[in-house]
Design a protein. Structure first.
Length: 228
C-alpha cells in the first residue's frame, strides 16, 4: 500500500521525494527509483485522496512548502453490521446444519435466537433441523461448531452460561464427595499396608530374638572320658 501510494504521488504531484518518502514510510531511494521508472511499473498507483488519507488542500500546502510534512487524514468510519445473522465464509456455510444439530442435541437450553446469532442462521433453518424437516436431514451429523470454525470456544461458553443461568440450570461440578471418598479410601489402604508391613517386621524380629540359642557346653574331664 505504501509503495502504491508513493507511485501515485510521484506521478500526480510536485511533492519532493523526502515528503513522499516520509508520508508513505519508505526509503527516499525507493521514491527516487519510482521517479526514474525503475520501480513504479511494479505498482498500480493508489490515490490517497480517494482513500480519504489526504486532501487536495494538504497536497497543495506541501507542494508550496518543501519543509512541510503532510499529515494523514482520518478516513470515514467503516460501516459495521449491528443486526442480522453473523457472516460466515462461503466455505463453511455447508457446515452450519451440523453445528446447529450439535447445539440442539447438547444444549437444548439455548434459545433459537441465541443459536441463530452464534451460528449465523435463521429460525426457519433451526426449526427445520429440530423437526427433522430439513431438505438435507439425512446427511446432517451433529458436530461441535467450535471444531467446524463457526464460532469460538469463548463465544460458545458465554452463550451456554447465559442460557443456563436464565433456565436456572446449575453448572455441572465435580462430585467432591465422591472424589473425597476415593481419596480417603486410598489413604486408608496405604495406612493399612504400612501397618501390616510394620507388624510383619515386628513379628519377624520377635521370632529371631525368641529363638533359644543352645548354650555352649563346657568340657570337663568327666564329659571327655564319659563316652570312652
Amino acid at each position: 500500500m505504501q509503495h502504491a501510494t508513493a507511485s501515485w504521488l510521484v506521478d500526480n504531484t510536485a511533492l519532493s521525494f523526502v515528503q513522499i518518502a516520509e508520508f508513505c514510510g519508505i526509503h527516499i531511494l525507493e521514491v527516487n527509483a519510482m521517479a526514474d521508472d525503475l520501480a513504479s511499473s511494479k505498482y498500480t498507483g493508489r490515490d490517497p485522496i480517494q482513500a480519504h488519507e489526504l486532501t487536495h488542500e494538504e497536497i497543495e500546502k506541501a507542494e508550496k512548502d518543501p519543509d512541510y510534512r503532510m499529515v494523514i487524514q482520518k478516513g470515514p468510519e467503516q460501516v459495521r453490521r449491528t443486526k442480522g445473522p453473523r457472516y460466515t465464509p462461503v466455505s463453511k456455510r455447508q457446515d452450519k446444519p451440523d453445528g446447529i444439530a450439535w447445539l440442539l442435541r447438547n444444549h437444548p437450553e439455548i434459545s433459537d435466537a441465541q443459536v441463530g446469532k452464534l451460528i449465523g442462521t435463521t429460525r426457519t433453518t433451526i426449526n427445520a433441523i429440530r423437526e427433522r424437516e430439513h431438505w438435507n436431514i439425512a446427511n446432517i451429523a451433529p458436530k461441535d461448531p467450535v471444531t467446524l470454525g463457526l464460532c469460538s470456544q469463548r463465544e460458545l461458553d458465554a452463550v451456554v452460561a447465559k442460557a443456563a443461568k436464565k433456565a436456572g440450570i446449575e453448572p455441572e461440578a465435580e462430585d467432591d464427595s465422591k472424589l473425597g471418598g476415593d481419596k480417603e479410601a486410598l489413604i486408608a489402604e496405604l495406612r493399612e499396608e504400612r501397618a501390616q508391613a510394620a507388624r510383619d517386621a515386628e513379628a519377624a524380629l520377635s521370632g529371631e530374638t525368641g529363638e533359644e540359642e543352645s548354650a555352649p557346653v563346657e568340657h570337663t574331664a568327666e564329659t571327655l572320658f564319659k563316652g570312652s
